[in-house]
Design a binder for this molecule. Structure first.
Ligand SMILES: Nc1ncnc2c1ncn2[C@@H]1O[C@H](COP(=O)(O)OS(=O)(=O)O)[C@@H](OP(=O)(O)O)[C@H]1O
Ligand SMILES: Nc1ncnc2c1ncn2[C@@H]1O[C@H](COP(=O)(O)OP(=O)(O)O)[C@@H](O)[C@H]1O
Length: 198
């Protein structure tokens, strides 16, 4: 960090937000594989997009094929994965864009660090809660089956930990609601807390 300077540019985050016509913030989805993070983030993004909001989804699977393609699923690599997703989120918020992250982000400390990278009201942690038995029943990518048969080492919830969020802004049980209803809970939260005007 020595010999590095902070450059200040003429166009601020506020002026970029004004150009987009809305606030920018992070919707941080966390939960087990198969809990519904991507499905729900996708629906929320659609609702925001059609109502004139600039959005972007950072999805674990996609990010791991690109910028994070040197990372595995060890604890250390998961931490680095989440750190980079948090740094990218911060850039998107600075660019005036609403970012939706869909990463398991299994460790409380890493989610807390992600939160601290942006301003107080710019981080909305959304825990998509779903019992592992249900995730395993859904198994949309067949990964639980592979993990049970020993083809994947250190699979979250089976032989790699998932720490439940301690104080998320929202906990949504995806077993008790349809994906559409889950997305609606999030949109209502954003409206009720003046993040968006619809
Ligand atoms: N070992 C292991 N454990 C968990 N998940 C695995 C694993 N190997 C591959 N996958 C697939 O990678 C997706 C999770 O990547 P993430 O970047 O979200 O994980 S993490 O936050 O770094 O823990 C995850 O996506 P989701 O199912 O959308 O959560 C899986 O498709
Ligand atoms: N209420 C719900 N919310 C989200 N997904 C649900 C819900 N009920 C059933 N599902 C199904 O569960 C699976 C969730 O997969 P996905 O969204 O990829 O989860 P994740 O991104 O957390 O791994 C999908 O097949 C989806 O259709």
């Amino acid at each position: 960090m020595e010999n590095l300077y902070n450059h200040h540019f003429h166009i601020s985050k506020r002026s970029r937000q004004e150009l987009h016509g809305h606030n920018s913030f992070v919707l941080w989805f966390t939960g087990l594989s198969g809990s519904g993070k991507s499905t729900i983030a996708n629906l929320v993004e659609k609702k925001l997009h059609v109502s004139g909001h600039s959005t972007y989804i950072l999805d674990g699977d996609n990010i791991r094929k690109g910028i994070n393609n040197n990372l595995d699923f060890t604890e250390e690599d998961r931490k680095e994965n989440v750190r980079r997703v948090a740094e990218i989120s911060k850039l998107f918020v600075d660019a005036g864009i609403i970012v939706l992250t869909s990463v398991i982000s299994p460790f409380q400390a890493d989610r807390e660090s992600a939160r601290k990278k942006v301003e107080n009201n710019e981080f909305i942690e959304i825990y998509i809660k779903c019992p592992i038995e249900e995730c395993e029943k859904r198994d949309p990518k067949g990964l639980y089956k592979k993990a049970r048969s020993g083809l994947i080492n250190g699979f979250t919830g089976i032989n790699s930990p998932y720490e439940e969020p301690l104080n998320p802004e929202l906990t949504i049980n995806s077993m008790k609601r349809t994906p559409e209803e889950c997305a609606e809970v999030i949109i209502n939260y954003l409206k009720d807390n003046q993040y968006i005007r619809l």
